[in-house]
Design a protein around this ligand. Sequence first.
Ligand code: ADP
Ligand code: MG
Length: 238
Amino acid sequence: MSDIVLKEVSKSFGAVSVLDKVSMHISSGEFIVFLGPSGCGKSTLLRMIAGLEQVSGGEIHLGGQRVDQLPPNERGVAMVFQNYALYPHMTVRDNMSFGLQNVGTPKEEIKRRVEDAARMLEISQLLDRKPAQLSGGQRQRVAIGRAIVRDPKAFLLDEPLSNLDAGLRVRTRLELAQLHHRIKATMIFVTHDQTEAMTLATRIVVMNNKRVEQIGTPMEVYTRPATRFVAGFVGSPA
Ligand code: ADP
Ligand code: MG
């Protein structure tokens, strides 16, 4: 259906190579976590899937269609950013509606989708507020809601929990798992946090130094690490 296939995707910024021939096959409905240390290329890879960054080599296929030359709004994916990227001058309702207005969705349909998503995320009472009047956790929900209303083939989440305090981070993590269970969409979630990866992922893509070290279920990468790096990064502290 809407599988995501990466074929030898590479990226350089000028003369500096940051990703080298990354390949993977993500099945529809998976919760994939890109896990690796800071600077290993997780965000760049996610941004290339979203279309916010051009590939330097290789191919990206989404639902059987090659998309690496398409603009972001034609790829059928929705990105949730670490800093939420909400428009400060717009209400929550308008923030959530904005992307749909641009693609010509009828007004009534937009209203229904925004209100359904708001109910699901328990932010119905916040629809008329502006981002400055929201807590960090509430802004996070709005950012997720804005993605949900677009009914994407895949949600791309770049360290979406890292700006939340510890308690809220755990709660939001559980809610994300429930959301995935409920809407059964493909999720690609970037983090450098091993616990988030182990608890959320159907499969983890362990990345290091421009490359994929291992792709496997949390159990596989934990009990059968493919490389020393994976053993050290994912394994239990000695
Ligand atoms: P991660 O998300 O895993 O922390 P990034 O994908 O953000 O890593 O970055 C991977 C590498 O690419 C880093 O060395 C970073 O400095 C570099 N990089 C990212 N974006 C740019 C850019 N726009 N221009 C130049 N270098 C970049
Ligand atoms: Mg990053």
